[in-house]
Design a protein around this ligand. Structure first.
Ligand code: UD1
Length: 315
């Protein structure tokens, strides 16, 4: 694996991909505006990467960052449904215009392949389960629209300019280094940090809402496989998930068991723009580029909670 650019490298997913790339011997460049990412996430690898504190919306910066790059892993985004509901215009810049800038810079620089963090939010609340790639999208939140529109730009850049692009639709990714501190943070990161601190978590809805919670190792593996494969992936969309559905109440119970939390959980009304159920059919990625679930939900929770405990100790 030659030279790779990771956008959003100081984020939870970007920093995990950067680590894996380094382990494979790649030369890694990373760009991040530190808006939602944190330098702490790349502290341990900063000396091994060409880190640029820049914004993907700065065309000169992203153009320069793509020079001499073989693969772009485009993870930079404001990855929050409620944040996009609150600020559709402000999130459209990083989430959609930023993607266009990355594609344009990659095309001009002659990048081999662009891997894109797409979102399962694109499926909306179509009751069909599991969600498969041939389904008609039905985005609900501005975030889902932005991420889906990005996919269309990718497909367009493949068709029109011949740039190889692959959209990986992530389903609720969790793991070490995910930021638990904002009201927009992923539910597992919030549950874990709250329960470890002895605070009462909140479930929005009645607890039956379900998600295909996917441990970060699966996402990293999917990215590397999709980058390296010689199968015809250009211009296509693939689910990246586990194919298993866990309800919020089950997730709460499991985090409670592992953390030893003894309290209760609050129930609050469902959030605007939320979808009720989400679970993926992952056979397309399995069949096309050999994707496998390398770490299941239970293992992922154990790892994440162990990491959070240590991070708290050293905080
Ligand atoms: C998540 C991702 C999004 C991704 C999408 C793909 C995050 C922050 N968002 O959105 O980037 O594209 O999956 O499927 O990772 N909830 C609670 N209590 C809380 C927080 C949330 O009950 O304290 C509920 C929410 O209302 C929702 C569910 O948990 O019903 C999941 O929420 P969240 O983790 O924010 O993820 P998604 O909205 O599914």
């Amino acid at each position: 694996m030659a030279t790779a650019l990771v956008t959003g490298v100081a984020g939870f997913i970007g920093s995990s991909i950067a680590r894996a790339l380094l382990a494979e011997g790649a030369t890694v460049r990373g760009i991040d505006n530190l808006c939602t990412g944190s330098l702490a996430n790349i502290e341990a690898i900063k000396s091994q990467i060409d880190f640029r504190h820049d914004d993907i919306l700065d065309q000169a910066a992203i153009t320069s960052a793509c020079q001499g790059v073989d693969y772009v892993f485009h993870e930079a985004a404001i990855p929050s449904v409620p944040k996009s509901v609150e600020d559709p215009i402000g999130t459209n810049g990083p989430n959609l215009t930023g993607t266009l800038y990355v594609l344009e810079a990659a095309r001009k620089a002659g990048v081999k392949r662009v891997l894109y963090a797409a979102s399962s939010a694109a499926y909306g609340d179509d009751p069909t389960l599991p969600k498969h790639e041939a389904m008609l999208p039905g985005p609900i939140s501005p975030y889902a629209v932005q991420k889906l529109a990005g996919e269309h730009y990718l497909a367009s850049y493949t068709r029109v300019y011949g740039l190889e692009t692959v959209a990986l639709r992530y389903f609720n990714i969790f793991g070490p280094r995910q930021d638990p501190s904002s009201q927009y943070s992923g539910v597992l990161a919030r549950f874990i940090s709250q329960m470890l601190a002895g605070q009462t978590p909140t479930i929005f809805g009645d607890g039956t809402t379900s998600r295909d919670f996917t441990y970060i190792d699966n996402v990293v593996s999917a990215n590397l496989l999709a980058a390296k494969t010689s199968a015809p992936v250009a211009g296509k969309v693939f689910n990246v998930a586990t194919g298993r559905r866990v309800t919020l109440l089950e997730a709460f119970d499991e985090v409670k068991r592992i953390t030893g939390y003894t309290g209760t959980v609050n129930l609050a009304p469902e959030r605007e723009g939320d979808i009720k159920h989400s679970v993926a059919n992952i056979s397309l990625a399995q069949q096309t580029f050999g994707y496998k679930v390398v770490a299941d939900f239970a293992y992922g929770l154990e790892q994440t909670i162990a990491w959070c405990k240590e991070a708290t100790v050293y905080a």
